[in-house]
Design a protein around this ligand. Structure first.
Ligand code: NAI
Length: 251
């Protein structure tokens, strides 16, 4: 298994925000960014406040219990970042949900919930971060897309749509931010062994594992490595892309 080899304290002095950091890919990313010296603000829903506090304590960062879809989330978030370190250098938009169902059975609510968390909340928060200048120059924006957004996936029309939207979003956003040295990229993981996939049927999970470029289950830290690179100063020439990880398709 890949071990976390530090990129030479590349993020020392940087402040990072990771949404959905209570568990899974978000928690692993918070840990990896902290290993590089970043001060990490860990955000997740109030219902997971205990797990969130554990992540924050583990990475020596701050916990912010906030639902990204609440109407005042952008204002609350900017205020918290301003009060903490004056601003933020790295934002990892990792919070995301699934509401899987075949298209014929999918309800309007299931569409709306997924689009609200996986897309609308992200855009609203970005508008606040960019509009107020809370995201500092040379900043890094990283978005959790998905292989489902690139290749589609049965029963995930709503989810695939939301994740595909991020591919277009980073491509459109990146040129707008280049003059400030800010990079915006998405990562598109294959199946990663987290709570999100644990609730999928066994067959779906097994197929997902076999489609993995590692020919084994992808781990949160495999994604965290890529996110950390895209968050680093060395990634200044990389923007507007969607990079796949743990899902190249071997069969
Ligand atoms: P997870 O379900 O373990 O973690 C997601 C976190 O986001 C949870 O802690 C959850 O409470 C938080 N969250 C959800 N809605 C929120 C809201 N409204 N406000 C604040 N926080 C909220 O999922 P996992 O697997 O760690 O996924 C993380 C991201 O990676 C998601 O965006 C997911 O779509 C994406 N992804 C996951 C893959 C996988 O195979 N696990 C594959 C490709 C993408």
């Amino acid at each position: 298994a890949a071990s976390a080899v530090p990129l030479h304290a590349a993020l020392s002095g940087k402040v990072a925000l990771v949404t959905g950091a209570a568990r899974g890919i978000g928690a692993a990313t918070a840990e990896r960014l902290a290993q590089e010296g970043a001060r990490v603000v860990c955000l997740d829903v109030p219902a997971l406040a205990d797990a969130l506090k554990e992540t924050a304590a583990r990475v020596g960062g701050d916990a912010l219990a906030l639902d990204v879809t609440s109407p005042d989330a952008p204002v609350t978030l900017v205020a918290a970042l301003r009060a903490g370190s004056g601003g933020v250098d790295i934002v990892v938009h990792n919070a995301g949900i699934t509401r899987d169902r075949t298209l014929a059975k999918m309800t309007p609510e299931q569409w709306e919930q997924v689009l609200a968390v996986n897309l609308a909340a992200i855009v609203a928060i970005d508008e606040a971060l960019l509009g107020t200048g809370a995201l500092r120059d040379e900043g890094r924006l990283v978005y959790l897309s998905s292989i489902s957004g690139v290749s589609g996936n049965f029963g995930q029309t709503n989810y695939a749509t939301s994740k595909a939207a991020l591919v277009g979003y980073v491509a459109a956003l990146a040129p707008r931010l280049a003059a400030r040295g800010i990079c915006a990229n998405a990562v598109a993981p294959g199946f990663i062994e987290t709570a999100m996939v644990a609730k999928m049927p066994l067959m779906t999970r097994e197929v997902g594992r076999r489609l993995n470029s590692l020919s084994q289950g992808g781990q949160p830290r495999d994604v965290a490595e890529l996110v950390t690179f895209l968050s680093s100063p060395g990634a200044h020439g990389v923007t507007g892309n969607t990079v796949r990880v743990c899902g190249q398709g071997l069969i």
